[in-house]
Design a protein around this ligand. Structure first.
Ligand SMILES: [Zn+2]
Length: 281
């Protein structure tokens, strides 16, 4: 299965930090509205998600975006090392550093890290266990609303992840849609787009060059059952109505531009949408 896609002059690579069983809820409780037809379609789209004893098998993927001779951007930082904040429930430790090494990328080569959101399974390698930014030359792009949400909830991640990034001047808080690469002229373009609902400040990443497009969704959809039927809510969405709106918007964009989806948790690195039912590939 190909783990790399060209988008014009850009290359997008899936870096799988971990794989395993979702342990917090059984699938029928995680997606309470899904019916038998939705589950059948989901099975066609992502057969590897269906493990023994009705278990949900999922990947924990990050993505690298490269421009030859130019920038290397990382989208999300996985479950992290042993004892990272996701250790309570995610398969640990992750292997993102090894996956970057296989790609020939050193942590110092990365100039931008986009955090789609600040759940523990997406920020695991953002800072080292000693509390320093893992990617010393990167700006870390986070929606301001996401940090405000964590702060309002009294999350310890403010102290353990956000403050160390702020202390070195590497935290880049953004508001709304922002071009991270290109924008004003023709050529490769990478854009952070707010897709709230899974969390308050969730964002996705649109990648485009010429007529070629790709969408890095983050957790706009976390299981193929939400691709089979975007109405299906996920039990841990902070605002299910907004999450549904964001999911619709992203899928409409992807369909209009024939853009493959790069999701964080489906087992295939990339998946095409289009027609009455999404097609796996
Ligand atoms: Zn996630």
């Amino acid at each position: 299965m190909r783990s790399t896609r060209a988008v014009g002059r850009l290359t997008v690579t899936c870096l799988t930090d971990a794989r395993g069983t979702f342990t917090l809820l059984p699938p029928h409780e995680a997606f309470p509205e899904a019916d038998a037809v939705d589950w059948d379609r989901a099975r066609d789209l992502d057969p590897e998600a269906f493990g023994p004893d009705d278990s949900w098998q999922l990947g924990f993927h990050c993505f690298a975006i490269e421009r030859p001779g130019g920038m290397i951007m990382l989208i999300d930082t996985g479950v992290g090392p042993e004892n990272a904040p996701a250790a309570r429930w995610a398969p640990m430790p992750g292997r993102l550093p090894e996956a970057l090494g296989e790609l020939g990328v050193d942590v110092r080569d990365i100039n931008t890290v986009v955090q789609t959101h600040l759940h523990a399974d997406h920020l695991g390698w953002a800072v080292t266990p000693a509390g320093a930014p893992m990617f010393p030359n990167a700006a870390y792009v986070v929606q301001r609303a996401e940090i405000a949400g964590l702060r309002a909830a009294g999350s310890p991640l403010i102290r353990t992840v956000i403050e160390p990034l702020r202390a070195t001047g590497q935290l880049r808080e953004i508001d709304g849609e922002v071009d991270l690469v290109g924008g004003s002229t023709a050529g490769p373009r990478v854009t952070a787009v707010p897709t709230p609902g899974h969390t308050a400040g969730h964002q996705s990443v649109m990648v485009a060059d010429g007529k070629q497009h790709l969408v890095i969704t983050g957790d706009v959809l976390v299981h193929a059952v939400q691709l089979a039927n975007p109405e299906v809510r996920y039990a841990f969405e902070s605002d299910p109505r907004l999450a549904h709106e964001s999911r619709r918007r992203i899928l409409t964009h992807a369909e209009a531009h024939e853009a493959p989806l790069a999701t964080a948790h489906l087992n295939r690195p990339f998946i095409n949408v289009g027609g009455p039912l999404a097609r796996p590939q």
